[in-house]
Design a protein around this ligand. Structure first.
Ligand SMILES: [Zn+2]
Ligand SMILES: [Zn+2]
Length: 196
């Protein structure tokens, strides 16, 4: 996405590059952060168009809004974040105090999968906490995290019960009664010198 956005900008003439190319400028931290914000702005605009418009115009949120309880706010980058009572706290950044609201969908699935891998396939609670501490508030996170862990191949392997082998039927010699030593089994082991 970072490369594609850079190419679009090159065609528009809004940077120093021209045309199709793989650019080193797209690999730096700031370009990737910028792209991440772009993706989240896109999904937020799709899911919360009415809410974004209401907040920008300083109106009340629609009464049936899914994020009414979160008292959302828009930050200086145009991202919808969870509000709260800590707005007068100046020291730390916004990310974990006012997490970015991510609607349920493909981007949320990718984020949870990435963070679940990053915490080395821990369970639901730890993955959910890690999502929060990365600065995302995913709507319906509990259900989404559970379903992703349920479908995770590594987790299925790690949490699987060991399987037991079913034993075969007993041979006929051991089931039919008869005189002693009519059927004999021997374990033979070597070395076995052969003299001719
Ligand atoms: Zn370039
Ligand atoms: Zn897993």
């Amino acid at each position: 996405m970072s490369i594609l956005r850079h190419v679009v900008a090159s065609y528009r003439g809004s940077n120093d590059c021209t045309g199709w190319h793989m650019c080193q400028n797209t690999k730096c931290e700031s370009a990737r952060k910028d792209t991440e914000r772009f993706i989240i702005r896109c999904v937020q605009a799709q899911a919360f168009g009415a809410e974004l418009e209401a907040i920008e115009r300083k109106h009340d949120l629609p009464r049936d809004s899914r994020i009414l309880d979160l008292s959302p706010l828009i930050d200086d980058k145009g991202l919808l974040r969870v509000g709260g009572r800590l707005n007068k706290l100046k020291s730390t950044g916004l990310s974990s105090l006012n997490p970015v609201i991510v609607p349920n969908g493909h981007v949320a699935v990718l984020l949870v999968r990435f963070i679940h891998n990053k915490v080395f396939h821990q369970g639901r609670t730890i993955t959910e906490g890690a999502v929060r501490s990365h600065g995302y508030w995913i709507l319906g996170a509990k259900k989404l995290v559970s379903s992703i862990i349920h479908g995770c191949v590594v987790c299925r392997k790690l949490r699987r019960m060991p399987q037991e082998q079913k034993m075969a039927d007993l041979p006929v010699d051991r089931l039919t009664p008869g005189p002693p030593f009519s059927s004999v089994g021997l374990d033979v082991f070597g070395p076995w010198p052969v003299v001719t």
